[in-house]
Each structure stands twice: as structure tokens, then as C-alpha cells.
Design a protein around this ligand. Sequence first.
Ligand SMILES: [Zn+2]
Length: 473
Amino acid sequence: MLAAIQATSPSLENWKSNFLSFISNRLDQIEKNDSMESITDISKNLFINRSEIMGQAALALIEKKYGHLLEQQYCQCPHCHRQIKAKSKKVKREIDTLVGSVSLYRPYFYCMLCGFGFYPLDDALGLSNRKVQPDIQELEAWLAAEMPYETVSDALERCAGIKLSNHHAHDVVKEIADDIHVLDVCPDKTEIQHKIDVLSKDTFRRPVLMIGIDGAHAPTRLEPSPRKGKRGKGEWKEVKGFRMYLINNDKIIHLISWHQIKSDKELENDLLEIKQAGLIPEDKVRICVIGDGAPWIWNRTKELYPDAKKVLDYYHCSEYLHDLANAQYGKSSRKSREWVEATLTRLFLNKADRIIAGIKQMKPKSEVAKDQIDKTVGYLSERKEMINYGSLKRGGYHIGSGGIESSNKFISNVRLKRSGAWWYPTNANNILKLRCAKYNKTFDRIMENRKKKIEQSITYEPRPKVHLIVNNS
Ligand SMILES: [Zn+2]
């Protein structure tokens, strides 16, 4: 913070009395309103005045805490350390906060030698470059994670009396979320360790860390071409994601969800970042990867988790068996159902090898059945270790991928798949980042880090002469 030369103005000594006389006058005005009868009327009238009243309260507190900066006469240039005098006229700045609007009249300093102008009060208060301050921005982002931008602006007006355009929330989400990476939405090492400790109590086995990986589809359109500025065509793209959660017997503790429209290689890099950051103490858990048959899931995790148990989602496997049985024994026939039931039971007895051998020996009823037999033999042979459901269950692993599927539904589908919505992938990803942060309970920490970043960005490194840019927007 800048060195301030204190100067206490007599008007600031009564910081509270300014506010008290304001509120007293305002109450008199409100009270004169004859049409005010019910509690709803009283509440409405106060609500209309709320922004001004609370704005005055905020101003009083700013005067109390930063009176010396409001009346500052001299200040050191942060670059050349010369003492400079404030410009003769204070400069007005209006800011909007969650509780109300505040008009600040604060001194402006300009160092001719460095070509650098600054407002010590703005820096001390950590003001955003925008008129709308970080507390409102945080709420906009929080709401935008749940609802369309248009509804965000309605909600803000109804609940807080703040009028902002749809675009404002959109821009704020972009500013906040563009910088968010996978580690930002993850709980830290200590929190994860604590959760593992909770689950390890009263049991001799290490808890299982399930890593569910899956894709879901989202309606997207291509980003507009910068040259033509046309809207891109709509297409469905895969949101790839993973969810890590701990289980021990019937207890489940969520750790991390992360969903993004990106390539499988990029998703692998995100998993690698978590690994390299040492967030998961891998010697304290038994890792298990679960997914459907999509080859990318298994290709991308085999090097990251070479010793992990692998599970082919049970429902997915049984669908494969149903397809085969329908082709061989007739669709939905009794024979078909009986065969699937018997085969699944045998899978629980760890008889994958014998099942595959049995399917090989089937006499195909038709060409279609023959194709299905070959396909199933190939499919199961490649995944033999992933379908021994009996021993997996006894080991305490989940055999269904419901954990990641529900994460897909709650994080991605609920917000992205609204009728008529077609997302630019970067915008969709920004919303997904915020939703993951909320789901992982790291949203507040992200906002706290952002605040720190803004504060740290106020540094006064030696700089070349530049033209002054007034930062009000
Ligand atoms: Zn200077």
C-alpha cells in the first residue's frame, strides 16, 4: 500500500453523524408517503431507498477507515519516490456494491516525471476496474452457474435492486472463469487427507478411490469466425469429465468433479496435474477406474494409474450381453432373458474365461447372430479383468458408473441442455468450471484467490512513460 501522509479533516471526525442525519432525513421523507399501509408497502418503500441508505453507510465506514486517503495532500510516487502534491480538484467515482451505490470524491496524484497517475484510495479499497464491484460480480457468477444470463439479471434486480444487462453477467463470468484450471476447483491436500482419515477409521481396509470417467453431449456451435463475424453452425460435442470419490462399505464421500468440452488428451493432462500436485495420497487408498467401453477412457488412464483396478460399467456389459442374446435367441424371448441372467450370475462367480469360451462355441442362428458373437467375444476378451464383478464387489469397489453419470447430469446436462441453447465451447466450459467449483465446494476459495490476485496486481514496478488510462468503466 502507498505511504500516505495523514491529514485529518474536521468534517471526517463526525463520520457517523453525517450518516445519521442522512438517514433521519430520509426516514422523514419515506414516512410522508400516505399510501404506505401494509408491511409490504413499508418494505417496498425501504427497498427502493435501500441502495442509497446503505451506500451512505458504506461511505461512512470508508470515511472512518480511510479518512486520511480521502483528504490526502501529498503522496510519494511509487516509481521514483518523489513527493507529489494532489491535483487541486478531487475526482468523483461512482461504484456499485451489493449493499448500495457509493460516490467517492478522492484525490488524484500524477507524477510528471514518470507520466504516472494514481488514486491511493482505490488501491486501498481493492476496487475493481468496473463500476460493479467484486461482491456483485461474485453473485453474478454464482447465479450464472445455475440459470440463463437473462434470468440472472432479473434475479439481481428483484432480490438486490441491482440493474445490469445480460451481457454484464456474461462478461464477468468470462473474466472470472477464463483463468480457472483444474487444480483451482479441487479441494486441497489437507481436506482430501481429512476425508480419507474419516473413512479409514474403524476399518482395516484402505478406502477405495473411485475414478469415474465418462462423456456427455452438449449442444454447441462454432465460435464466430473473426473475419466474417457469422454465427457458427450447431453441433453436438462431447463434454468429457471425471469424478473422484471415496467409498468404504456404504459410505461415499465426494472429492472432485471436473467436466469440460475438450479432447481426451487434454483431460488426461488434467488428471496428470492432480497427480503431480500430490493431491491424492495414493498409498492411502485403493484406486479404481470405472467407465464404459469407450477406448479413450482406458488408453488415457493406463499410464496414469498402472496399478489401479479397472471396472467396465456393469450396465454397459449387460447391454452387450442382451444384444447378443436377442440376436441368437430372438428379441425379448424367454430364452434370451434366461441366458443373460445366467451369464451375469456366472460373471459374479468370476467365470469370465469360461463365459467367453462358451460364447465362442455358440452355433450362430444367423449372420447377424454370428457378427454379434464375434463382436462380443472380442469385446469381453479385451476386458476380462474389468468384468469379474463378484470379486470386485467383494473388494469393496463399485461396479456401476452411476457416480460419474450423476455428476454428468447435475453439472453438465442440467445447465447446458436447455431448449434453444447452443453454446460456444469456451462459454460452456466457463460455466462448467463454475459449476464444478460449486459441486466441489471450492467456489468461495476461487473468489478469495481472485480478490488476492487483484490486490497483488497493484504493484508499482518501475515502468516506462505511458499515457494515463482512466480506469473507470
Ligand atoms: Zn514518479
